[in-house]
Design a protein around this ligand. Structure first.
Ligand SMILES: Nc1ncnc2c1ncn2[C@@H]1O[C@H](COP(=O)(O)OP(=O)(O)OP(=O)(O)O)[C@@H](O)[C@H]1O
Length: 334
């Protein structure tokens, strides 16, 4: 059984704006255009896409906070619409824009309040609150008022709240957004250990390629309301890799010379030539099946032409390359 299962989810937002006294203008945004995905026990599933791709909409539907127009989603077999209460017992949710905390209570008091709502009390509540504060690294700031916390502290408190009941499923919208690198690293390793050591299913949205690559067992690439692919990072890369890149650094201003020297080498395409740092960095694209041969040949040609090669390395495609290939644009500029 899938722990998370979504089938053909669709959601259109309709907003109405008054234009003059009698005219109302309606705008419709199709945020989800038939999204299907599944997640199993013990995996971190990343939902990766640019701003406006539909990540938050999807997450809110799975978290029972928004109704889909059609399609269905289940958490451990329970329907997110018709069995909302059962679903809520199974999930811990942290959204990127949090509204539910009390500004005049401390972080610890907020957690205690939510812990009580979830049925914890006495010593068990005290211990659980300390445990989750430790997990997210918030102990030193636990007694600060919520309104005095930094963005990063608030983000961590939100994850701590999602962990309170030790739920089997975590649904986290941009969990490391606004965190400093040390806190982000801590949260990332917490999420992978929750999945891999405790068997939890962790759904995280992110537009951070690096994050998706290092924490996700599988990544769902979403763009303009559609899932373009769901697979492990390695498989996604293999899917798009019809070529690899050789990154060559040459002493001095030699970019154009490299282009000239390599122009007639079969299968080699010089993609860019620009100056960076100490010398020119030239990226050469070669067919994937001939990477090793091309490496030798390119090095030989450059040396024969008297160019001083500082370094040459084979660069694997990145998740960004995968995204560009599937979506037709970069993550940062849809
Ligand atoms: N309440 C709403 N009313 C109208 N349109 C909305 C609403 N919420 C989201 N949208 C639109 O739906 C689309 C998907 O938004 P969504 O927030 O799901 O994307 P996202 O991938 O989470 O983006 P981000 O990374 O910026 O949070 C966007 O075009 C957005 O403008």
């Amino acid at each position: 059984m899938y722990v998370v299962e979504a089938r053909d989810l669709r959601k259109t937002y309709v907003s109405r704006k008054r234009r003059g006294l009698f005219r109302v203008e309606e705008t419709r945004v199709e945020a989800l255009k038939g999204v299907s995905l599944t997640a199993v026990k013990g995996e971190v599933l990343g939902i990766l896409g640019p701003n406006g791709a539909g990540k938050s909409t999807l997450v809110k539907i799975l978290a029972t906070l928004l109704l889909p127009d059609s399609g269905y989603a289940r958490i451990m077999g329970f329907d997110v619409v018709s069995e909302r209460d059962e679903v809520r017992k199974l999930i811990g949710v942290s959204l990127s824009v949090e509204k539910g905390f009390f500004y005049k209570l401390t972080g610890r008091e907020n957690l205690k309040y939510f812990g009580m709502l979830y049925g914890l009390d006495g010593k068990a509540l005290e211990e659980r609150v300390n445990e989750v504060l430790r997990d997210v690294g918030l102990q030193p700031y636990a007694d600060k008022l919520y309104e005095e916390m930094s963005l990063g502290m608030k983000a961590r408190l939100s994850i701590a709240r999602a962990l309170l009941t030790d739920p089997p499923v975590l649904i986290l919208d941009e969990p490391t957004l606004g965190l400093d690198p040390v806190s982000a690293r801590r949260i990332r390793s917490l999420l992978t250990s929750l999945a891999h050591s405790k068997g939890k299913t962790v759904l995280v949205t992110t537009h951070n390629m690096f994050e998706a690559e290092i924490i996700c067992d599988r990544v769902a690439i979403i763009s303009e309301g559609r899932i373009l692919a769901v697979d492990s990072v390695d498989s996604l890369k293999k899917r798009v890799a019809d070529s690899v890149f050789l990154e060559i650094r040459i002493a001095g201003l030699a970019g154009l010379q490299v282009q000239n020297v390599l122009r007639n080498v079969p299968g080699v395409e010089v993609r860019t030539a620009h100056r960076k740092g100490l010398g020119d960095k030239v990226v050469v694209s070669v067919p994937v099946a001939h990477a090793e041969e091309a490496f030798e040949r390119v090095l030989h040609e450059l040396r024969s032409a008297g160019l001083k090669v500082r370094s040459i390395s084979i660069v694997e495609p990145s998740l960004e390359d995968v995204f560009i290939k599937l979506a037709g644009h970069r993550v940062s500029s849809p």
